[in-house]
Design a protein around this ligand. Sequence first.
Ligand SMILES: [Zn+2]
Ligand SMILES: [Zn+2]
Length: 340
Amino acid sequence: MRTLLYPEYERIEIAAFPKPTVARNEVLLRVAAVGICGSELEAFKSKSPRRVPPLIMGHEFCGIIEEVGEDTQSFAIGDQVVSHSLFGCGLCVRCARGDSHLCANRQLFGMNRAGAFAEYVNAPEHCLIPWPKRLAAEAASLAEPLANGVHVVGLTRQIEPAIVAIIGAGPIGLLCQQAFQCLSSADVIVADLIPERLSAASQLGAKHIVDSRDGDFVKAILSLTDGEGVDVVVDAVGSELSKNQSLAATRPGGTAVWIGLCENSVTVKSHKVTLSERRVQGSYAASMTELKTAVELLASGRVQWANWIKTFPLVEGVEAFHAMLAARGNDIKAVLIPEE
Ligand SMILES: [Zn+2]
Ligand SMILES: [Zn+2]
């Protein structure tokens, strides 16, 4: 089968790879659409030890069931499904707690097992949900990253945010924005350095946009909120600067959510946390329930995607990957379509 392969550090190429054979408790999917995730771009750039080549990456996908393993029971050949990006072992204390996304032995597609930058991929049936027929394949592939946004809304629900600020209008930032707009009553402010990304956020209904090239993000947030700060800041970038900005722009008693994936050591003024009772909340992936919510939101048409994603046939995967690495202008999110 054809794949977009990560054969060694600093290389990505279209390559042939043996088609997987289906395991007893898994199904074989013909991939219909797969998104290129920022975490994969970051892993490629930083030669991350979490994704070791040779590897087929790709964890945001939907597909059609081509074969079913002997021990599976939930799906039939021809069913359309959306996959979660990961699954837990089902045996440990974290899985028992319902936190299978935090399982120490979790398996992430395109990291711990073959991913979906390919014509076919295997998946256990318990990480699959039905893909509604009326939803375009490229939209269904956004369910997983949108579920990350749904997860952030869930993690901060307790403080009933009225104003949320998001640092970074990449795919995760734009999907967090839409998750808050759909699932909470918060107004959303979005900040970025790239004008096209800010205009995407604006078209999607951001209350304010902050052009971070104009100066200090924190000053802009404080001046929009009478010096108080916002209830929740989502850092969808992950740099030391953005992590510190997220704390400084959060109101006392509010929450800074760190979702941007970037492994770094960060120096933080601890009084910003202690004296003002700000919380730092990490956010990673999502639950199956949140994935279902994401599919419903996409199917309802309330989450917009058409004006900020670009589809590429899988054979143009190398160009797509490099375009997203360069992150210029309107190149916000690429979705690969194997059958084109
Ligand atoms: Zn991802
Ligand atoms: Zn587990």
